[in-house]
Design a protein around this ligand. Sequence first.
Ligand SMILES: Cc1ncc(COP(=O)(O)O)c(C=O)c1O
Length: 412
Amino acid sequence: MSDYILAKQNGRKIPLEDKIFGISSRAKNMIAEKGAGQVINATIGSLLDDDGNLVVLSSVAEAVKELEPVDFADYAPIGGIPQFREAVKKAAFGSFQPKRFTEAVSTPGGTGAIRNAIANYSEPGDKILTSDWHWAPYNTIAGEMGRTIDTYRMFDEQGRFNGAAFAEKVEELSEAQGSLVIILNTPAHNPTGYSLTLEDWDRVMDSIKSAAVKAESIVLLVDVAYIDFAGDEEEYRRFLPRLEAVPENVLPIIAYSLSKTYTLYGTRCGAMICMAQTEAIAAEFKRVCEFSSRGSWSNSAKLAQVILSKIYGDPELLKKVDQERAGYREMLIKRGRAFEEEAKKADLEIVPFDAGFFVSIPCDRPDEVSKQLENQGLFIVPLAKGLRVSIASVSEAACRKIPGMVKAAMEK
Ligand SMILES: Cc1ncc(COP(=O)(O)O)c(C=O)c1O
C-alpha cells in the first residue's frame, strides 16, 4: 500500500518535511520559548553576522535601490538579458580568458543550472556521480527527473582527496551508461569546506580524459556556489585552465550562483556556462538549456541580472562589492579557524576543511547525536556520514563552543 493519497510517488521518497527547514523551525521555537541566548542555530546556509542578522552587502543593496521599475518588473529573455550573459562570464571566470566556446544561460540560482545540466546531458534511469559527502538536494533534483545519485569516497585514509576512488567510479559509470554527468562542488565544498588542490584537479582531469576515450559524452558540472568565499578570488580560479585540456566529447559546465557571492539568495539568480570545444556544441548547449528553462521556470527573474550587469559595468562599484565581501569572507574564515582550533583541543575529528559556510564531523550515529544536542540547545544537521555545522550562521564564540559539545555528545 502506498503512503500517498492522490499524489504519484514516481520512484521518489518524499519526506514529511524538509530536514534542514524542520530542524531550523525547531530551533526557532526553542528561541521563542527560552530566549536567543540559550540556543545555537548552526543549520542555516546563509551568512549571518554575530548577532544573527542576515548579511546583505550594502553596495549591492544600494544598487537595488537605484533600479527602475522596468528593471525588476519586466520579463527577461529566456536565457537572460545580454548584458548579464556577458557579466556572469566575467564573474565566474575572473581574469581567466577561456579559449573554448562559452555560452551563458541564466537560471534561478545554482539549483537551476544543476537541474538543466542533468536534464540535458543524462537520460532517465542514469546515475549522476558526485562525492559521498554532498549537498543533499542533488538527490532531490536528480530524483525529480528519474535519475539517481551515485557516489565515490571523497577522502582517503590520510584525509586527502580520493583520486583513485573517483577514477574507478568515472570508469565504471561511463562504461555502463555510455555517458556520464559528474558534479564536483569546489572550492569550499558543502558540507565539508574542502577545496580541490591543483594536484587533485590533475587526477580528476586525467580520469575523465581516460574514460572519455570509450564514452559517448562526459559532462563535468563544476558547482562553484561558494567560490568567492574560499579565499583570494584569483587563486581559487586557478583550476579553470585545467578544464580546457579535454577532448570534444567532454563538456565542462560551470554552475554559477549569485546567492552567496552577492548575498542575493532570494532573488534566485545564477547561470550555467559551458566551455565547449566547438561552436556547434556551445550553440546546442544554449538551445537545449533554454528549451528546458522554458519548460520548467520559463524566464529567470530579471532583477539580479540587472544588478550584476550594473556591477560589471561600473569598475568602482565592482571594487566596492569585492572589498565588502572580502571583509565578510575574513569573518567566516576566522570562524572556521576557531572551530578547527577547538576541535583539535577537544580531540574531535573533522573532515578536511579549507573554507566556506560549513564544517563536517564524521559520525556513525548522526541522528541520535544531533537529537541529543538539540536538547542542549545546539541545532546542527545530521547527514548520512556525519554532522554538518553551519559556521556561516553562528558567531566565532559559538564556533569555539560547538566542538566540545559535539565531542561530549558523541561519547555518551
Ligand atoms: C553545494 C551547493 N550548490 C548549489 C547551491 C545553489 O544555491 P542557489 O540555488 O540558491 O543558488 C547551494 C546552495 O545552498 C549549495 O550549497
